[in-house]
Design a protein around this ligand. Structure first.
Ligand code: NAD
Length: 324
């Protein structure tokens, strides 16, 4: 039985609790949250002991699940790593690049498993693309949300866009060459809406728009590559591939188009989207990495790289200049 302690039982922490209950061979032995109201609600509903001293809880667990506000991630992670405990920490990995750098160093020097909560990697619509040969040259992303004060202690880049940054960095096997960005703080002190262009050394260009002040929600990524268009709808959990029809594409919707090179047949394919719960899947993946001593799906280095790009974007927004 893997003993897990949860640090932070607010909005997302409660979702984690619900999912931990469903995962085999795991026991949530306690939680720590300084907020009495949140703690009382959880103690009553889940019958899980509350710890008033975070260090005592850390000592009796095998793994920690850190779902506290981002400015506490660094210290909680350091305490856990120093005690030799496996770490699952919500995104973003940390508040500052210095903090993130230190966590990467400490995790590397230790023998523990470290996973960052970039949950979109486990979104069924993204999982549905896993057997496709993805080599995008142009990526268009829209992640739009209605305004919610929760999460606004950080900019829309670190709150929402970082999900797409992580997905893009996992797909584009090339280094970032240049970033240009523009963002506006409408409702809070930090950018609430932003548009960003990331150019990679291999020629790929990603154009990202994120907003937390929209009237309707959208979470769409469109990937364009030499032979195909791949659409991923993270919200509706749908995936669509439009490409030139091959002999393997039997029983798919198709249509002919006249081109300057003659007639081409276009196929519309909907890869099967698994019926999975992304949070449960990411926590199960963390447990699997621990029990099989295999790498985590979203490592501390992945969390660091996403933060690095996010911070470059924030710097560009501040300067509002194009740097190549
Ligand atoms: N992966 C995602 O899609 C996603 C979505 C939402 C939030 N998050 C991340 O999850 C984290 C928590 O977000 P939330 O929306 O649940 O926030 P929240 O404010 O609802 O909950 C945070 C909880 O942590 C508690 N807390 C404060 N200091 C603490 C400490 N030192 N140790 C332990 N607990 C502490 C608070 O009392 C509160 O109950 C943030 O880092 C956020 O970025 C990720």
């Amino acid at each position: 039985m893997l003993k897990v302690g949860i640090f932070g039982v607010g909005h997302l922490g409660k979702f984690h609790l619900n999912n931990w209950k469903e995962i085999r061979d795991v026991e949530v032995v306690g939680f720590y949250d300084p907020n009495d109201a949140a703690a009382q609600e959880v103690s009553e509903k889940y019958q899980i002991p509350r710890f008033l001293d975070p260090n005592r809880l850390m000592e009796i667990v095998d793994a920690v699940d850190i779902v506290a506000p981002t400015n506490y991630h660094h210290q909680l992670c350091i305490n856990a790593i120093r005690k030799g405990k496996h770490v699952f920490v919500e995104k973003p990995l940390a508040n500052t690049m210095d903090e993130a750098r230190e966590l990467v160093k400490l995790a590397k020097e230790s023998n523990i498993k470290f996973q960052v909560g970039h949950v979109e990697r486990f979104n069924p619509a993204f999982i549905a693309t896993q057997n496709l040969d993805i080599k995008p040259m142009f990526i268009e992303v829209h992640r739009l949300a209605e305004f919610n004060p929760r999460g606004t202690e950080v900019s829309v880049i670190l709150d929402l866009m970082i999900h797409d940054i992580d997905i893009i960095l996992s797909l584009v096997k090339s280094e970032v060459k240049a970033i240009s960005a523009s963002g506006v703080a409408v409702m809070t002190d930090t950018p609430d809406i932003a548009n960003v262009r990331i150019e990679f050394n291999n020629g790929c260009v990603a154009n990202l728009t994120s907003s937390r002040i929209s009237m309707k929600k959208m979470r769409k990524m469109r990937l364009f590559q030499k032979d195909a268009y791949i659409g991923i709808d993270f919200l509706a959990k749908r995936t669509e591939v439009i490409k030139l029809k091959t002999d393997q594409d039997t029983e798919v919707l198709s249509f002919d188009v006249e081109t300057t090179h003659g007639k081409k047949t276009i196929a519309v394919v909907n890869p099967p989207v698994p019926e999975i719960n992304a949070i449960k899947k990411e926590l199960e993946a963390f447990v699997h990495a621990i029990t099989t001593n295999s790498p985590t799906v979203v490592s501390e280095v992945d969390g660091f790289r996403a933060m690095e790009v996010a911070h470059l974007i924030l710097q560009k927004i501040k300067n509002n200049t194009i740097v190549g």
